[in-house]
Design a protein around this ligand. Structure first.
Ligand SMILES: [Zn+2]
Ligand SMILES: [Zn+2]
Length: 130
């Protein structure tokens, strides 16, 4: 996007760049903190708005990692997440948005168009003996 046709100004580009630089799964506050550190005075609400429009544009994904702030990450490939109960690290797990839709076939409930799975456990680094 930075090298693309979009203007290199405005919160959206700043926010996307910050999220890319942070890497991994980050909260809106993480992005806001980095922008502040860089001397960018972007209001928190603008960070949220930018993230939401980037999600709408398919440039940023949200990660549903359970209770707590929504996590954002750059990328276009839908996937699921493994969340470590010990260190709270979040690891990407391959999978598609509709892979498990047939688990919920009851049309009286509604129509499924997206499934994101959170797998909880102990990550390889937190397993005893590591
Ligand atoms: Zn862990
Ligand atoms: Zn992820």
């Amino acid at each position: 996007m930075r090298s693309g046709g979009l203007r290199a100004t405005g919160p959206r580009v700043e926010v996307l760049g910050a999220l890319e630089d942070l890497g991994g799964h980050r909260t809106a506050d993480d992005v806001h903190d980095l922008l502040t550190t860089r001397g960018r005075r972007v209001p928190r609400s603008s960070v949220y708005n930018a993230l939401s429009s980037l999600v709408g544009a398919g440039l940023v994904l949200t990660a549903d990692a359970g209770p707590g702030a929504v996590l954002y990450e750059t990328g276009r490939e839908w996937h699921h997440h493994f969340v470590c109960r010990v260190c709270r690290s979040v690891v990407d797990v391959p999978g598609t948005a509709d892979a498990l839709a047939d688990l919920y076939p009851d049309p009286s409930v509604g129509e499924v168009d997206e499934v994101q799975v959170v797998i909880r456990g102990t990550c390889i680094n937190c397993l005893p003996g590591r």
